[in-house]
Design a binder for this molecule. Structure first.
Ligand SMILES: [Zn+2]
Length: 160
């Protein structure tokens, strides 16, 4: 089993506690490009994983967040994901938002296709509709009377 961490770094202006909006009612669909470690094939389509789903594995190996059979080598691989309690704030260089336990899968790239949330550090204003697909986001915090922004967003997947 290999453990991966999905990390985010960004320049935050008047924004704190940036993380995925990920609840049982509206689960975040974590979208990744993956590679089979058995035959080193990069799967042609990105896959999505959400932490509230579980899928049966073949051969009574129990359930996993994600089960994948490689088209090339026909081996079955799996992964479990766990949201950490980390979030990104102005004073943190990066935050590991997700922990991934993978069997037979390399997580190559994260595609930020989903909703993110954050708060105004002084005002406590909640922002729950943040879109980071363009790696930047701008809004206005009415309560604080300030512009808020998230720019230079970078995602990395590190291996422990
Ligand atoms: Zn394979």
């Amino acid at each position: 089993m290999v453990k991966f961490y999905l990390k985010v770094s960004a320049t935050l202006t008047n924004i704190a506690e940036l993380t995925t909006f990920d609840t049982p009612q509206t689960p975040f669909e974590y979208k990744f490009k993956i590679e089979c470690t058995g035959c080193r094939t990069i799967h042609d389509k990105p896959v999505t994983i959400n932490r509230f789903e579980s899928h049966e594995q073949a051969g009574s190996k129990g359930e996993a967040s994600f089960v994948f059979r490689c088209k090339e080598c026909k081996r079955e691989h799996s992964a479990n994901i766990l949201k950490t309690n980390q979030s990104l704030s102005e004073d943190s260089k990066s935050a590991a938002l997700l922990e991934i336990d993978a069997r037979g899968i390399d997580f190559v790239e994260f595609i930020p296709d989903g909703r993110f949330e954050a708060v105004g550090p002084e005002s406590g204003t909640k922002f729950e509709e943040i879109d980071l697909e363009e790696n930047e986001w701008y809004d206005f915090d009415e309560k604080a009377g300030e512009e808020v922004s998230i720019t230079d967003v970078e995602w990395t997947i590190s291996r422990s």
